[in-house]
Design a protein around this ligand. Structure first.
Ligand SMILES: *Cc1c(COP(=O)(O)O)cnc(C)c1O
Length: 388
């Protein structure tokens, strides 16, 4: 289809049934039937494209995957029960014992646990580069390095990594470039345009956007997706048809929601930048962001995450959280509801101060996932919470 993003998000749709339904129905079925022995044989031999069993494919998951494939400019994809199932299965399908990963230091907590606690069990080691030191990446590459991995924008410090630089390094050293594009969504940034081989999303965040279901998806080169698909259809991390149905409907409104999220976030970031109680604000589309130019180059808008440092260290961060009234204290992000977290005392409390600082988490850093409430109400809540 050559239509525009918003149109494709709405009009990419599973073929209608004999009931001519307008909105795609939910296909709650674990398996599918065959006309005869030959139909069954040919379907199992993959001589025809047919759903066999919902661990392999289902009309709802296929529709959801097709939309993400289209939005990201990918060749193929597979949908998972969670974002972490997508991250794990992608690595597990493509790596062998003895392979090596080069990753940015700032990755999602559970991804970091995969690298440090689980992959070493299979003799897969990871080396890390600091977000603002891409010039060190090449020195980390070994003969057995297979994947270059990064997230941008990063969690929770909202740093930006230049996808063009990563692609140059990956191509030069014949590495697979894999990008977790969760914070940007397919609406704001398409890493495949910059040369990424695979793109991963946690659909739990802005893709659902309403804090309801978990999901994940990997899209990219069809030869790699084939490996990931074969691994997954045997190991079983498939997305449920129900979640796929919810998420495919969510994608119909992705552009309009993300536009509003980003508009609200920029207003909140601008407000915070002028506040006495705030040391600094990190938001990709604020001129003060260290990678502002890179963000402008590779992102359509700045995203919905605003990080800022409350004056007064750990205690001030905790006091701020205790004082917010409307905003939620919750682990999710990308919800309609604005959410505040204090990484130094929660998600990253087990890290030493030096390790925290290395990934940009100062003691008073607060991460806000800006929602879709009226922005005046969000600002009023943050303002009253900062008045101590
Ligand atoms: C949340 C998140 C994940 C994991 O997704 P789940 O759906 O919670 O399993 C992976 N990467 C990033 C960047 C995330 O924010």
């Amino acid at each position: 289809m050559s239509k525009n993003f918003e149109t494709r998000a709405i009009r990419t749709q599973t073929e209608r049934t004999q009931f001519s339904e307008h909105s795609v129905p939910l296909y709650l079925t674990s398996s599918f039937t065959f006309d005869d022995a030959e139909d069954m044989r040919a379907s199992f031999a993959e001589e025809k494209e047919k759903n066999l069993y919902s661990r392999f494919s289902n009309p709802n998951t296929t529709e959801f995957v097709n939309k993400i494939v289209d939005m990201e400019g990918a060749e193929a994809g597979y949908a998972f029960a969670t974002g972490m199932a997508a991250v794990f299965s992608t690595f597990a399908a493509l790596l062998n014992s003895g392979d090596h990963i080069v990753s940015s230091r700032s990755v999602f907590g559970s991804t970091h646990s995969l690298f440090t606690k689980y992959f070493p069990k299979w003799n897969i080691e990871t080396s890390y580069f600091k977000i603002n030191e891409p010039e060190t990446i090449e020195s980390l590459i070994q003969p057995n390095t297979k994947i270059l991995y990064a997230e941008t924008p990063t969690n929770p410090a909202v740093d930006i990594i230049d996808l063009e630089i990563l692609d140059g390094i990956a191509k030069k050293h014949n590495l697979l470039l894999v990008i977790d594009n969760c914070f940007a969504t397919p609406y704001l940034q398409n890493p495949i345009k910059y040369g990424a081989d695979l793109v991963i999303h946690s659909a739990t965040k802005l893709i659902d956007g309403q804090g309801r279901v978990l999901g994940g998806v990997t899209v990219g080169r069809s030869d790699l997706i084939r490996e990931i698909y074969l691994f997954s259809r045997n190991t079983g991390p498939a997305m449920s048809p129900f979640n796929a149905w919810v998420l495919s409907k969510s994608l119909e409104t992705l552009s309009i929601r993300v536009e509003k999220h980003c508009g609200n976030a920029l207003k909140v970031a601008t407000f915070l930048e002028g506040h006495d109680q705030v040391n600094f604000v990190k938001y990709p589309f604020l001129k003060s962001h260290p990678q502002y130019e890179v963000a402008k180059k590779q992102m359509r808008l700045g995203g919905n995450i605003v990080a800022f440092e409350v004056k007064g260290g750990i205690e001030a961060g905790r006091t701020f959280l205790n004082r917010v009234k409307m905003c939620s204290l919750s682990a999710n992000l990308g919800d309609t509801r604005t959410i505040a977290t204090h990484p130094a005392s929660t998600t990253h409390s087990k890290l030493s101060e030096a390790d925290r600082l290395e990934v940009g988490i100062t003691d008073g850093l607060v991460r806000c996932s800006i929602g879709l409430e009226n922005v005046e109400d969000i600002i009023e809540d943050l303002n009253q919470a900062l008045s101590f």
